[in-house]
Design a binder for this molecule. Structure first.
Ligand code: CUA
Length: 183
């Protein structure tokens, strides 16, 4: 039994007040606008990029990343959040490049060539992170157990910052990485 039972038992058949109906229609239409905006922005915008996702375990992904680092490291840089050195890796254009998200860093630093395409693989080896590439504002969810794969072709030279935008613990705000784009 309801705490305050409706006065009329056929409450669901009462006419809807005009103002309420107006709001229902506005909310419905706005929902449609936002739904089609997602599709529109995938085609016209530059943030909702296409990606593929494949199952992969942390160990395999770490091995693949390490193999790329061993082959193509061209330098070292101090990490943004500690005194550790982070390898700067320049894999050949057209190749598969790997980026690990983990507590609390993006590893390694990738150095890519402007105008060349790469297959970027991103995965978490612990728990959920979010890849946010700034200032271009491209976002990808990074889940443990899956690698997100997308084809990227950097258009501009410079240093791009990878920010974690999914709260992942005490060091979340320090989880910063870099992607360098050179000629
Ligand atoms: Cu990783 Cu927040």
């Amino acid at each position: 039994m309801a705490v305050t039972p409706p006065e009329s038992r056929v409450w669901w058949k009462e006419p809807v007040a005009k103002i309420e109906l107006t709001w229902v229609i506005i909310a419905f239409l706005w929902g449609l606008v936002m739904f089609f905006m997602m599709i529109y922005w995938h085609v016209v915008g530059e943030q909702n990029i296409s990606n593929e996702a494949y199952r992969i375990d942390a160990e395999t992904f770490t091995k693949k990343t390490q193999a790329m680092v061993d082959q193509h490291t061209v330098g070292q840089r101090k990490a943004r959040n500690s005194d550790r050195e982070v390898p700067v890796v320049a894999p050949p254009p057209g190749s598969d490049v790997y980026l690990i998200g983990r507590l609390w860093e993006w590893w390694p630093i990738l150095q890519l060539q402007k105008g060349k395409s790469y297959r970027l693989h991103v995965a978490s080896v612990d728990w959920q992170h979010g890849l946010s590439l700034q200032p271009v504002n491209i976002n990808l969810q990074v889940h443990p157990g899956y690698e997100m794969v997308t084809t990227i072709t950097p258009r501009d030279k410079g240093e791009f910052t990878v920010v974690c935008n999914e709260y992942c613990g005490i060091g979340h705000h320090l989880m910063l990485g870099k992607i360098l784009v050179v000629d």
